[in-house]
Design a protein around this ligand. Structure first.
Ligand SMILES: Cc1cc2nc3c(=O)[nH]c(=O)nc-3n(C[C@H](O)[C@H](O)[C@H](O)COP(=O)(O)OP(=O)(O)OC[C@H]3O[C@@H](n4cnc5c(N)ncnc54)[C@H](O)[C@@H]3O)c2cc1C
Length: 497
């Protein structure tokens, strides 16, 4: 075997993105890499990002993270979906659950049969045929190695970074405390040679991962990758956040409550509630946002409210020269469907699958960028759908969203669903047919027809089919314990504050 020189990987930034990257690389590539992470306590992290989606569980398994230890350390709760309130119309609510709804045939998805059964007056709500949906609404949850329940987590972001830091340092990652003052470029190639800290120390590397958050010190300030601005489709650009005391048992879902100029999240952890009011500054000022948030939250505040600003969009190239950007440095769609941490996980997984052990090639970089872009655009479309497909006409913000132009790819998807009740998931897309269907129906996009194969079923057969499915869901949910009870048994955290 030829002698292998470990590649020097330098991770700039120690927020969720930095430490996820460090944990994954160190636990999987061990001795193949020499990994250094630079972070600045004085600058700190964004400190939000507490709702996740199910693929995180797969990632944790791949890098050998024990679920119970992780949940205890991060005061995590379980998440079965997101409750969207006041989105289609004020007073309406639907749940985008992580489960599978009903049963399909090879000819047509479940929604076609459900539409027919609705016509016949034989079907209940779409979500009534989904275990995760019903369990969420009844505040019930359990998991076991053989369970098929699909779920994600709510977690404390600061503790998650600390948890991953411990794992990464144990696996050999060197952490350097300090402020990056300069990104030193090679005068010929334009690659990054080193990071220079404010104490003069140089951190040289072969591959750099920019996890410096919105600052994007490497990928943008030094390498000028460029940014595609998506604000015309995703106009929210601010969030005022505050933590409050819990007022009851934590619910196994995130709440997303639309308001006159955006929406508010409510994320229950074991020891507190995370809250944030997301808004478009063009339609609401900061003082009003703060007042509204403090008026609407349920428990007593246990932190000072603070406001974060962002520009929705993404870097034109996620990987440029010898620098890969992950997390907020690579862009930000917006937190509505909790996709940012997922994108970090996908980014580092993709990088590991294409890792340039024997040197960076343009073909690798181009493929990485093409795959990342496709994934981002599909997620963007899914989020834009929530804003655009609404009947709300009570404020200028909702008038703007209802009337704005939308990406062609989304317009096609909406037309297809309206015309034929058909939804799809293409290669490289995150959201499943179930997700698109739940949100399109929930936001009031009503299909004009369904697949004729749904008519083949005789009414009595249809009734038996729907009653049987409903009974299965009701019986399965009745077996589950209360969410809070299960947490106590399975992963109670020592943290009380
Ligand atoms: C309002 C809001 C809500 C969100 N909600 C969710 C959610 O529910 N779910 C989800 O998945 N995601 C969410 N996100 C996104 C999520 O917070 C981020 O994707 C995730 O936390 C990763 O952040 P980061 O590590 O990229 O950046 P940061 O946390 O900002 O970390 C940046 C790091 O870089 C370091 N750094 C910066 N400059 C320097 C320097 N000069 N020298 C040294 N170090 C430096 C900092 O010290 C820090 O360690 C949300 C984001 C926002 C803004």
């Amino acid at each position: 075997m030829p002698e292998y020189q470990p590649q020097r990987v330098v991770i700039a930034g120690g927020g969720t993105a930095g430490w996820i990257s460090a944990a994954a690389l160190s636990r999987k590539f061990g001795d193949l890499l020499d990994i250094t992470l630079v972070e600045s306590e004085a600058i700190g992290t964004v400190g939000v990002g507490e709702a996740t989606i199910p693929p995180m569980r797969v990632f944790h398994k791949l890098i050998g993270i024990d679920e119970q230890a992780f949940m205890r350390a991060t005061s995590a709760t379980f998440k079965l979906g997101i409750s969207f309130e006041n989105w289609g119309q004020i007073g309406e609510r639907y749940l985008h659950s992580f489960g599978k709804t009903g049963r399909e045939t090879w000819l047509a998805e479940f929604v076609h049969f459900w539409l027919r059964a609705q016509e016949l007056g034989m079907a209940e709500g779409f979500g009534d045929y989904c275990l995760e949906h019903e369990a969420a609404l009844q505040n019930r949850f359990a998991t076991s190695p053989s369970s098929k329940v699909n779920f994600a987590y709510h977690l404390d972001a600061t503790r998650y970074a600390a948890f991953l830091r411990e794992l990464s340092e144990a696996a050999g990652v060197k952490r350097v405390e300090g402020k990056i003052d300069e990104v030193v470029l090679d005068s010929e190639s334009g690659d990054i040679n080193a990071l220079k800290l404010d104490n003069g120390e140089l951190i040289p590397g072969d591959l750099f991962i920019d996890c410096t958050g919105f600052r994007a010190l490497l990928i943008e300030e030094a390498l000028h990758a460029g940014y595609d601005n998506w604000q015309h489709w995703l106009p929210c650009d601010s969030a005022t956040v505050v933590q409050t005391q819990l007022t009851g048992e934590p619910k196994p879902y995130t709440r997303s409550i639309a308001h006159e100029a955006g929406w508010r999240w409510q994320i229950p952890l074991q020891h507190r509630m995370g809250n944030g009011l997301v808004y478009a500054s063009q339609f609401m000022d900061e003082a009003s946002a703060k007042a509204k948030l403090l008026e609407d939250v349920e428990g007593a505040p246990c932190s000072e409210p603070r406001t974060l600003r962002f520009v929705t969009g993404c870097r034109k190239a996620q990987w440029k020269k010898n620098c890969v950007s992950l997390g907020l440095a690579s862009g930000f769609i917006e937190p509505l469907e909790s996709t940012s941490i997922h994108l970090v996980i996908m980014g580092i997984t993709r990088l590991m699958q294409m890792f340039p052990f024997d040197g960076i090639r343009a073909s690798t970089r181009d493929e990485f960028n093409a795959q990342s872009r496709l994934e981002l655009e599909k997620i963007r479309d899914f989020i834009v759908l929530h804003y655009h497909q609404t009947q709300r006409n009570d404020t200028p913000f909702w008038d703007y969203c209802r009337n704005m132009d939308i990406p062609e790819s989304l317009a096609h998807r909406m037309a297809l669903f309206r015309d034929s009740a058909k939804a799809f998931q293409k290669d490289g897309e995150l959201f499943r047919v179930d997700s698109w269907t739940q949100v399109m129906l929930g936001q009031g996009l009503v299909p004009e027809r369904y697949h004729p194969s749904a008519n083949i079923m005789q009414p009595e057969e249809m009734r038996t089919f729907f009653e049987g499915m409903r009974k299965q869901v009701v019986d399965a949910v009745a077996q589950l314990p209360q969410h809070g009870q299960f947490i106590q048994r399975y992963c109670a955290s020592d943290h009380t504050r």
